[in-house]
Write a protein of this length. Structure first.
Length: 227
């Protein structure tokens, strides 16, 4: 078994978290409005959350956001489930893409091994394997620039953040609680996703019993234009 990972959580946001928060908020607002919201975050009591996580995880009400249509990919889908269960009044609909509501027990050791690699050697040894999970061989050949940008993002991911996510992700267990969600839900998954395979989305669908999972989406425009 891999040695347990010790994590030191920050009590206050760091300065570089605020540009990240603004980046997320620009998905909803014009730049000026996003900047105003970031200033609200700077002066808010956010001891338990980094600034960007207030938008992503549990503080939409702090920003005056309600009736939100939440779409989350992978870990974002897990965050969306947790948010909707914790604050159902904030979410009008939930879209979960290539995600999971729980993991098998052996996933804890797998994620711990990745975290241990990051702490020992940095993110570089994890780049190629992550790209192989995220993109098909065909896509890696057809859009080298896009894959390179993602690889650079992975390479520069803060180790502490990666370790924290690796500690949290395999411990989620929300499947049975999904029955509590009353807003419309859409579940999508790629049929060649090895990281969060189709069976994980089928498990979510079985509980919510609304519509069959969407088939794999081969290109971003189709994904973005789904209604």
């Amino acid at each position: 078994m891999t040695k347990p990972v010790d994590i030191t959580w920050l009590k206050e946001p760091e300065e570089h978290d605020y540009p990240a928060a603004e980046s997320y908020l620009c998905l909803l607002y014009d730049e000026e409005t996003a900047q105003k919201h970031v200033e609200t975050l700077r002066h808010a009591p956010v001891a338990a959350f980094k600034a960007k996580d207030i938008f992503r995880a549990s503080g939409l009400s702090l920003l005056g956001i309600s009736n939100a249509h939440f779409a989350g990919l992978s870990m974002g889908g897990m965050i969306g489930q947790a948010l909707t269960l914790r604050h159902p009044e904030l979410v009008a609909s939930l879209t979960i893409a290539d995600s999971a509501s729980r993991w098998p027990a052996d996933a804890i050791d797998l994620f711990a091994q990745r975290a241990a690699t990051a702490m020992r050697s940095g993110m570089a040894p994890l780049v190629d394997a992550t790209l192989a999970r995220w993109f098909t061989p065909e896509f890696r050949k057809s859009d080298v620039d896009a894959v390179a940008r993602v690889g650079d993002m992975i390479l520069h991911t803060p180790v502490a953040g990666y370790v924290g996510c690796s500690e949290a992700i395999p411990r989620i267990n929300m499947t049975e609680r999904l029955r509590e969600i009353t807003c419309p839900m859409l579940v999508m998954v790629g049929d060649r996703d090895p990281g969060t395979p189709v069976a994980m989305s089928q498990a979510i669908h079985t509980v919510i019993a609304s519509q069959p999972p969407m088939p794999s989406l081969a290109d971003p425009p189709r994904f973005d234009n789904l209604q």
